[in-house]
Design a protein around this ligand. Sequence first.
Ligand code: NDP
Length: 314
Amino acid sequence: MKEKLEHIKCLIIGSGPAGYTAAIYAARANMKPVLYKGIQPGGQLTTTTDVENFPGYPDGITGPEMMEQLKKQAERFDTDVRDGWVTKVDFSNKIHKIWINDELIISSETVIISTGATAKYLGLESEEKYLKLGGGVSACAVCDGFFYKNQEVVIVGAGDSACEEAHYLSKICSKVTMLVRKDHFRASKIMQKRVKETKNITILYNSITEEVIGDGNVVTGVKIKNILTNKIDIIKATGFFVAIGHKPNTEIFKDFLNLDETGYIINEKGSSKTNIEGVFVSGDAADKIYRQAITAAGTGCMAALDAERYLASL
Ligand code: NDP
């Protein structure tokens, strides 16, 4: 395979709020960033409908529209935004090597990783159908809970995220039914206690989702099965939340960067620095706690500023 080589100052990998914010700052600092959009251009926000919690949009904005505006803003300062995804990296030398689509090799003085994370779903056809329609399936209670004000919703999962999100939903929705597939939670004791003590949360153990039911446009209920008794039930709900974990998109970096046990990149506290000089991380690839567009954008800014200071120190 013939490989071309291109040398740049700053490579940004990923096109969610973290990547584009890093690009805006890096471009304005004259670092001439090149941004590769990756497999899901625009990131996780392109799978949501309305975004109402990003400051600066008093009337809300759709996820895809917001990402288009961020892209335009990055391009306004001459960020080179390209299609393509990173297939391999070599961070063993001071100048970092990056393969795009298995072909072009970029050598870059700084790399900002903004590859994000992917929410896990159950993999049911009906779940995918209503997710694509924007009709009531979501993997983010903080983003979408508000749309179910005073309504009944179902949430799947038994970890800390599911407990945190169920508790969040309980303050907005009239009733939250939590489906736990085993006879116990995985979440920490304190999080379990919180959901168990919340009046409008009903916990159904040994319960799995058979089907997300709807009218062809929006969710109207969830068909569940008790795996001990095989009893089938239908729960009325307008929202179906999935909180069964996220997978950070960090696989290609594992030979060089320090990752935690679930694959999140470990950054230096209070900065975007990784264990490799000149390689910085922003957004959900290093964040399993907050996972919001605004926090991703904030860390994107940090990564660009850290990269700029690193270049200045060389
Ligand atoms: P976890 O991997 O901890 O939990 C995933 C949960 O989803 C498990 O209970 C699992 O069930 C369940 N699950 C997985 N697949 C399915 C399925 N197909 N059907 C039904 N249930 C399923 O993910 P979290 O996102 O909750 O947490 C990730 C990490 O982030 C953890 O380390 C957590 O502690 C941390 N975190 C911390 C927070 C905080 O400190 N405030 C907030 C949120 C997360 P099972 O138990 O049966 O395997």
